[in-house]
Design a protein. Sequence first.
Length: 689
Amino acid sequence: MATKVRAVVENIAPQVDCGRFPIKRTVGEDVVVEADVFADGHDCVAASLLYRECRVPRESHAAEGPSDAQGRGEAQRRGEAQVGERGWIESPMREIGNDRWRGTFTVEHPGAFEYTVAAWVDHVGSWRRGLLKKHEAGHNVDLDLRQGVNLVRDAASRANGADAERLREWAAVLEGAKGASVSERVEAAQDEALCTVARHYPAPSIIAQSDPPLGVWVDRERARFSTWYEMFPRSAAPEAGRHGTFADVERLLPYVASMGFDVLYLPPIHPIGLAQRKGPDNTPSRSPRDPGSPWAIGGQAGGHRDIHPQLGTLEEFRHLIASAASHGIELALDLAFQATPDHPYVREHPDWFLRRPDGSIQYAENPPKTYQDIYPFHFESESANELWSELQSVVEYWISQGVRIFRVDNPHTKPFAFWEALIQGIRARHPDTIFLAEAFTRPKVMYRLAKLGFSQSYNYFPWRNTKRELTDYFGELAAAPVNEFFRANLWPNTPDILPEYLQFGGDGAFRVRLVLAATLGASYGIYGPAFELMEARPREPGSEEYQASEKYQIRHWERADPASLREFIARVNRIRRENAPLQSDRGLRFHEVDNDLLIAYSKTRDNDSLLVVVNLDPHHAQSGWLQLDRQALGLPATGAFQAHDLLSGARFLWQGPRQYVALDPKRTPAHLFRIRRRVRSERDFDYFL
């Protein structure tokens, strides 16, 4: 079939899996879009970036069950976009070389957006260029001017309001109104502002556009930049031997706030089953006083919508949320979709669980570990639709109580389609909800969960210790396409993970890992107070499990211990709050150091740069020569600049790309340099002191 479309749009970036999944941004961030745009021949080409807000999330199928999702498959919703069409906002694109074009738009609030690229042969621009060449060559341009009049009037017919009037006036000038000379008419043809207006109204029949539109999911800022503190509320009592309460947690809020944390994450707060309850360190034998694991959800007091009676009431939980907010802290709840033998679901919906050949319900296993106190849900049962609906209603219930952040336990053990439906269904009604995926699993599975909608993700940071490991891993996370959908939340420890590095590295190891987590990632967290009190005792040699694990027993913590890292943590978190480069995962660059026990990297955002140098050896002082990438730091190729160490307060006037650094972990394991670009000579140095 004949077509008037001659322009081509190819290789649009960013996009994830050919547009199957949306890219991610947070409120106030730019979306920078590039595309290859060209046409046959030598005519000028124009391109626009079109974007709009979606009324509901793209591919939202909140009410679907597994059978609906299977039938839907991978189909994409299509939306036709035209330049100037109502609902679409147009942002002009500019050529950046070799037929590559770039445009930008800013997302201002949470929700779903989509964008596309439109391109067309710019007949007005081509005419104007040819007219000028002929006139300068001394050719007769009468016919060319008449052609321009027709082109401009044609554009005016598609315009409206002030644009239409301006184009009609321009056509009159080109036609020779008021006796304008040929030279004056040619000069009027070169009016860039009027040409831009005309370019905005091409004939729809000549427009090429990318199809279908690509998606952007926009989260609130905390999805990009957050500082988490994990606490077991039952261990929050000020005295030993007592089960903690929400009121005890509330009394600890000033302690958490003083360290600079803005998210307080509580493991499951629900009733714990008695049947098959585990004893200390996951032993099958227990005493009547053993509290069981919070992840063994369900008992006589209820299930996933209920609160453990010893923690308090729903009213007290709401009070805790409000009190936390007054300290600048948001509460995050654990979402663990599993049940104990005592859970009401087992009695009321036995078909939601997998039966073994002997008729018993399959409990959770991760050989050699066994969890007889936990029954996984069976997502392939005939009642899967009802199960999906019920679990989504659990999330809705806690949202109605004021919770907007959920840490999701082991999401990789549930179907991908389930999470896609649940998260998109929740977002359609509550776009400010944040989901953190606790999925220590294979990379492709971890990435798939992020693509499906998880706002943040646990990752392999706990096991990346050497310079090579850290450089390779974070180089991958910082590069496209991973950085378009995966936001790492870095945890140096968790209740499940006491890394070997912390077991044997002493207080230096805890400081090193804290600095790395807080500066390599815009979001990080610690399991406290085990971290600030430097708990390093494994259950047994070679194990990453804690001795006397808080997962299975109540612990009493001496938070006032003078050896605590509380002040160091507070200082690092204050630096994070005061320096924009540490509030984003973008702009990460590694710098060479001639010592493999020293790692150096910088982050740049909004023309500010921070340079971090860390001694990875927790026991010994290390030194070396640092080779700076001045361009990555936004520095000119030559000239002096100041490096202000925000940890120690020291200031250095540096010249050239090579600098000597030395770090003793007994004093401080790292430099956090703010780079000052305005220093031009030593005379300027005092200005910054």
